[in-house]
Design a protein around this ligand. Sequence first.
Ligand SMILES: [Zn+2]
Length: 606
Amino acid sequence: MNTRNIALGMLAATALLTESNTVAADDFADAIYFGGPIVTMIRDDDRVEALAVRDGIVIASGEKATVLSLRGPTTKMLDLQGRALMPGFIDAHSHVVQQALKFSVVNLDPYPIGDVKTIADIQRKLRARIEETKPEPGKWVFGWGYDDTALEEMRHPTRKDLDAVSTEHPILLMHISSHLMSANSKALELAGISAETPDPEGGKIQRTRGGNEPNGVLEEKAMGFMLGALPSPTPERSLEMLEYGLRKYAEAGITTAQEGGAVPGMLKLLERGDEAGVLPIDVVSYPVFATLDDATFARVAAGWSTPARYRMGGIKLVLDGSIQGYTAYLSKPYHVQPGAGTEVEADSCGSDVGMKMVLGGDAMDAVYEAHEAPVLEDDYRGYPNMTLEEVVKWVRAADEAGIPFLAHTNGDAATDTLIEAVKQVRKDRPRPELRSVIIHAQTMREDQLNFAANQGLVPSFFPIHVQFWGDRHRDIFLGPERAARIDPARSALDRGMKITLHHDAPVAGIDILNVVSAAVNRRTTSGKLLGPKEAITPYEAFRAVTKDAAWQYFEEHRKGTLEAGKLADMVILSEDPLAIDPMKIDQIEVLQTIKEGKTIYPANPG
Ligand SMILES: [Zn+2]
């Protein structure tokens, strides 16, 4: 970045004009945007008439007449034609590598996250992929995200269903939980799974009723049989997959993304992507504690605060699981206890097989720690993923090195553990300058918000839960009282805290406008209001994915608002996001995404 241009803000440019009445050729703008609301996000309802960009930096914004004085013979005049320009979205928490994998295979997410309602939908989508990509005979076809409990048939697709799509290509589908998969006959054959194969310890090969033939569904450790048969993607293929995934983020208006749970194979891939120059947007990664070695920790400590196209920004702790998987660690029992047949998921992070699909064999030693299966009792509260001692160890390591941590806590008992660890490490000395983040923070209580406010811990909420899972949180997992307080954004803001909002892709898609809409409207899928007291305003919600998300990354001096001196990371939207009826926020379209002055979506802007 050219520091001279940063210094040359609008004031400097105007002063230059008054003094000499001419503008030197290299002081002209590369582009000037005008003709639509330019939402700066500096404060609510702050709009300017025009904005000038040079060398990837905003050099002026304000009244059209003033900004137009930077127009030179080569300046592109870009008329917004009534559409809105605002800062690019900053992803406060997701998992870009896993999401990239999900983009590279057939997406089988259930409605309303995706569009799959029946086994016929799955077959149609697989056939379309084969039709479209015309793989050579014998090449694998992968799908990800089907949910047997959300299919009309209420069962898994079997080898028969998948053989109906192809017997020539091996087909392998990953369940939405990453704990089961379904394969066709060709895939079973290549993996050497037959009627004679015994079930492995800790896993099951489902069999046909009344017979011993595998029906295609593999549970838990039985998925390991597939590992030997799967092709390892070439380094080139992995890079292509990463770039494609990041371009999809750009399509959603995101100009800075997160890898919020990186294992060594992912870190390697991101570094290779950066070296190869194929990252279209900025990526900040957080190596996960379980696989973090001393050398990587030292590299995080050395470079976490230096802005770059790619950097490691801190470390990631995972204190519990997910509420809808009955693995979040709550201080009071779940509203409806999990039934005998309930599948309790260890965590939502990708399985070994999934990792191999994207990263090849080198990721195999680096997956998350396995959990002991929980004992289900009448007063089941979920369970922790880390002991207090472990949390203390990592909070201390981060604090002593002066680096931020991201701590995943969904249940309030997990948040209690984090608070206890912070108390033990920090005593009475808060470390707000580290801007450490509580990821999800979904069931934070009032007393916990007070503690976080005093300590400068930053809650990053997951409001899509209000929408996608809200009805089930009220009726099944949390009950009406706790569900109404889920993702307590209003309570946090009322304490003067900064918050951010996220979608945790690949869990709930990558649409930031859905995230904002859920935080503002708090409507569940069935249309009911859930905890309207925790609703926030459109400006507050958009601020949590622009200005304050930039602050979370220590980049508020260069990102998050549209003003002179900041990066021209911007998005053009079909509507003014702060003027539209809030119920229609999720219908706004991302028309163009600009990273440091360059249009990265669409690929060929008209
Ligand atoms: Zn996550």
